[in-house]
Write a protein that binds this ligand. Structure first.
Ligand code: DQA
Length: 145
């Protein structure tokens, strides 16, 4: 099983960026958590981050026929990007949405998730643990459990 974990803009600044919302752990810690979780589950994984919407679309398109599942935190593009929604729908790879913070309790403009409309499940407000939960869920989902 091969998974792709995609992170959108400003998530490379984890640890520095609004730690009261996103925690004190940095992006390297997130990559470590994802890699360790996948290694323990016998899953191959690639972790990708970009601050650019088109790059995120390109990476989703490149996953077609190569990757079994996608974990995606589109960050701010969650609330604006029809292009990322369309890319997820185009490749039709089972995807799980993750948000570190609980977006449901934040500003009105964060209440729409375009990417989420193409995802089988969403985890929010669990910090980095949400990524671990998303990986475990996708593994079960892809195994037909
Ligand atoms: C986020 C929530 C988004 O609203 C925000 O723009 C982010 C991070 C989260 O992980 O909680 O950049 O996706």
């Amino acid at each position: 099983m091969k998974l792709l974990v995609i992170n959108g803009p400003n998530l490379n600044l984890l640890g520095v960026r609004e730690p009261e919302l996103y925690g004190k752990q940095d992006y390297a810690a997130l990559v470590r958590l994802v890699e360790e979780t996948c290694a323990a589950e016998g899953i191959q994984v690639e972790v990708y981050q970009s601050n650019h919407e088109g790059d995120l679309v390109d990476r989703i398109q490149a996953a077609y026929g190569v990757v079994d599942g996608i974990v995606i935190n589109p960050a701010a593009y969650t609330h604006t990007s029809v292009a990322i929604l369309d890319a997820l729908k185009a490749v039709a790879i089972p995807a799980v949405e993750v948000h570190i913070s609980d977006v449901s309790k934040r500003e009105d403009f964060r209440q729409v998730s375009y990417a989420g409309m193409a995802c089988v499940k969403t985890y929010m407000g669990l910090g980095l643990e949400g990524y671990r939960q998303a990986i475990l869920y996708l593994k079960d989902h892809l195994s037909g459990r």
